[in-house]
Design a protein around this ligand. Structure first.
Ligand code: NIG
Length: 414
């Protein structure tokens, strides 16, 4: 049982990520020293200097450690059975990643019982929380028939915060691509609809064509789902432009971009309208650093995107094929060391950016949820403590287990 109110004080560095205009000045102002936070149940009730913190039912002494919002992981594929070690070994020996491996995981997932899938999923969610993830999206996409996609969506809805329908992950072996696309837009969509908030499509050579992807996205939009796209992962392609065209909340991977792609993404935002804006929103570019390393792909151009005015997110893409890790901290480290982001830019992308990609950066919307991804009064009480004097240690001490304590909706989960 959590106390009604909890004071976490003596925080050496508190990175609120409450700097939605994206400017460097606001970033600096969002990092407080000698700070404190008060939770009232599941919500943040107070943020400020330790010296003026109000009393609470219980006190937790952070002993000078660093506090950040919990990670918001806006892209993962956690509903699966089986293992693809052999494919990974072949890749490390020089073979290129191809989408066909999805079929191997689909066979293993279809063969697993509900109980096995539920246990595997729960273990993965717990592992993510232990590394500081407090808000988690996951996708279907290893069922690829009506009943197995429905089952994946239902199991995911029991376990994570946001579920995305990815029936359009791969055309299953032996299926006719046109007939399968129709199924994804019709009977399969109807079956998953009660469990999902989002729809996604793998718009790539070897998966779905631009025309098929558009058809899927428009059918899902018509059914009331928000949209996401896997795009420009394996080569230049139509994914980014299509995502902007249909008003997708995010386009993910974005490894192969030309100038027009970057312009389209930046143009989707125009001038950043401010933290409380909930009207016309642009398309977030979600970069997946662990996937880029594991597939030996050119790293997504995160620096270039930020410099162009694009809102970015960092996510784990945890899945058995291209990125078998749920450690967002590892992704943040990589984004700093390899993608040219500052520590605060990378932390922002993995917290506020993820929330923006899931449209949870502002709270109490149509389904009554609180905002996540930044530390501010009224937001959900999702906080992680690093056993370090500053967030810089995430990159300065790569690979070290810095996650010290984690609260999710006010509950201590680590
Ligand atoms: O996001 N690119 C498509 N889907 C996953 C990989 C899935 C797999 O290979 O199993 C991804 O990387």
């Amino acid at each position: 049982m959590s106390p009604a109110t909890l004071l976490i004080d003596n925080i050496g560095e508190l990175s609120t990520q409450d700097w939605q205009d994206g400017s460097a000045d606001a970033a600096a102002a969002s990092v407080l020293r000698d700070a404190a936070v008060v939770f009232d149940g599941e919500r943040i009730a107070w943020v400020g200097p330790s010296s003026s913190a109000p009393a609470a039912d219980e006190r937790y002494d952070a002993e000078g450690r660093t506090a950040l919002p919990g990670w918001v992981d806006s892209h993962s594929h956690l509903v699966f059975a089986g293992d693809r070690t052999a494919e990974f070994e072949a890749r490390m020996a020089g073979q290129a990643y191809a989408a066909g491996g999805i079929g191997v995981t689909t066979a293993a997932t279809r063969a697993a019982s509900d109980g096995d899938l539920r246990r595997l999923l729960a273990a993965r969610v717990a592992e993510a929380a232990a590394w500081g993830t407090t808000y988690l999206e996951t996708k279907t996409g290893y069922g690829l028939d009506v009943e197995n996609e429905r089952r994946s969506a239902a199991l995911a809805a029991e376990a994570v915060d946001e579920v995305t329908y990815l029936g359009a992950h791969l055309v299953p072996a032996g299926a006719d691509p046109e007939a399968y696309t129709e199924l994804v837009c019709g009977e399969m969509l109807d079956a998953v609809r009660p469990y999902v908030r989002w729809a996604d499509v793998f718009c790539e050579r070897g998966a779905f064509t631009e025309e098929q992807s558009r058809r899927v996205l428009l059918a899902c939009r018509e059914a009331g789902l928000g949209l996401r796209v896997h795009g420009n992962q394996l080569g230049p392609g139509a994914g980014v432009q299509l995502a902007v065209e249909v008003g997708a909340a995010s386009v993910d991977h974005v490894n192969f971009l030309d100038d027009a792609d970057v312009e389209a993404l930046a143009g989707s935002w125009g001038k950043w309208p401010g933290p409380q804006f909930v009207g016309r929103m642009g398309t977030v570019a979600t970069v997946l650093p662990a996937c880029d390393l594991s597939t030996r792909a050119p790293l997504a151009p995160a620096r270039r995107l930020l410099d162009a005015g694009v809102q970015i997110a960092i996510a784990s893409n945890c899945n058995p094929g291209t990125s078998y890790t749920s450690s967002v901290a590892f992704c943040v480290t990589t984004a700093v060391l390899q993608m040219g982001l500052s520590v605060q830019e990378a932390v922002r992308a993995a917290t506020f950016g993820g929330a923006l990609a899931l449209r949870r950066h502002v709270g109490l919307d149509e389904d009554g949820q609180r905002a996540v991804g930044s530390i501010a009064v009224g937001h959900r009480a999702d906080i992680q403590l690093l056993d370090a004097p500053s967030a810089t240690h995430l990159a300065y001490r790569p690979g070290m287990p810095l996650t010290f304590a984690v609260w999710r909706a006010g509950e201590r989960v680590r």
